[in-house]
Design a protein around this ligand. Structure first.
Ligand code: ACO
Length: 327
């Protein structure tokens, strides 16, 4: 039994942080950010009393409403996030409480920017096994909570947001999540991490003074690895499924940098017209970027039955992977 996506939804906070706003607080420029990353603005969840679970719950409620079902029909909730509300309980359990999904079990999945790809593949296994009929898979991040807004090399890149899908068993084996390839390489871990707040560097005055509670990265190393890994896994999926570049209706890549997206598409021989890009409006929302793209394509009526979609991501870990969906 193949898992099919039966509803999509997204939640973006209203508050916009533009490149011009960042010019006021940092030694940076709209021109630098746009030409190096493709980003013009990003959304920020400003209310200090709201966090990732709030955005993910908004997504979950929309998914249930759009599908016309009740919350107690949900079997499982998976939330992919690297910015959970807190270390525990999981953000997925908070979502379960918020939406009243009394029959669902729920867990978080830590795959950084590849979190949604990992989570969608994981949820699809439960559907394919025949044990779960309605699974919510959500990627959500409050990246602004782990940004050092004095560090121009990281804070200009990221934004807040959440999005997700409802997956259910399909009736036709030729449609739905047809194939996936997932990878990890822990040797890249130090190039993109948040060292504080865990059991290695528990939060203390010292770790905060050392700024260990902020995201840190070697941007150049991540850039190089991302381009190669994303193009390779996408090409592998195309080869395994006998797809040419023309057969791919939409390439839906993780939105980390417009130049990474363009280089990936070029290496695959895919025209930019076939590539879903919204990094200009939202920046990098980590695990939320791919489901936001899917939700937007769906809302705009661009996804037609039989379309071939290639989802591809790269993130901290390193983690990367791709999924082939026949819509
Ligand atoms: N404004 C102005 N200047 C800047 C800024 C900024 N915001 N940031 C860096 N610079 C400066 C640097 O200090 C450097 O100056 P120097 O030459 O005097 O030292 C110069 O610009 C060039 O810096 P580079 O790092 O070489 O710039 P690059 O072209 O590589 O772009 C960037 C940097 C945008 C971070 C790029 O490397 C990148 O996108 N990497 C991938 C990062 C990423 O996507 N991480 C997350 C992916 S995975 C996940 O989402 C978890």
């Amino acid at each position: 039994m193949k898992a099919v996506i039966t509803a999509t939804a997204k939640y973006l906070p209203e508050s916009v942080l533009s490149n011009h706003d960042l010019e006021q607080i940092l030694d940076t420029s709209d021109e630098w950010i746009r030409t190096r990353t493709g980003i013009r603005e990003r959304r920020i969840l400003k209310d200090p009393e709201k966090a990732t679970s709030f955005m993910c719950s908004e997504v979950a409620l929309q998914l249930i409403e759009k599908r016309g079902i009740s919350a107690d029909e949900i079997d499982l909730i998976i939330v992919a996030t690297m910015t959970p509300d807190m270390m525990f309980p999981s953000t997925a359990c908070l979502v379960q409480k918020n939406i009243g999904a009394s029959n669902a079990w729920a867990f978080d999945l830590s795959g950084a920017c590849s979190g949604f790809i990992y989570a969608l593949n994981t949820g699809a296994q439960f559907v394919a096994a025949g044990t779960h009929k309605k699974v919510l898979v959500i990627g959500g991040e409050k990246m602004s909570a782990v940004m050092d807004y004095t560090d121009r090399t990281t804070c200009v890149l990221f934004g807040d947001g959440a999005a997700g899908v409802l997956i259910e068993p399909g009736t036709d084996e030729n449609y739905g999540l047809l194939d996936s390839r997932l990878y990890s390489d822990g040797r890249g871990g130090a190039n993109l991490c948040m060292p504080g707040g865990g059991s290695l560097n528990p939060t203390t005055h010292e770790t905060v003074d050392q700024k260990l509670h902020y995201l840190q990265q070697d941007g150049r190393q991540v850039f190089k690895s991302a381009v190669v890994a994303m193009a390779d896994v996408a090409t592998e999926l195309m080869t395994r499924n006998n797809l040419t570049a023309e057969d791919v209706d939409y390439l839906i890549p993780h939105q980390a940098n417009q130049r990474i997206i363009q280089a990936t598409a070029e290496r695959m021989g895919i025209d930019l017209e076939q590539v879903s890009i919204n990094i200009d409006r939202y920046g990098n929302t980590s695990a939320a970027t791919i489901p936001i793209c899917i939700a937007e394509l769906h809302e705009e009526g661009k996804l037609q039955s039989g379309n071939n979609l290639i989802l591809v991501s790269f993130g901290a870990g390193y983690t990367w992977g791709g999924i082939y969906i026949k819509w």
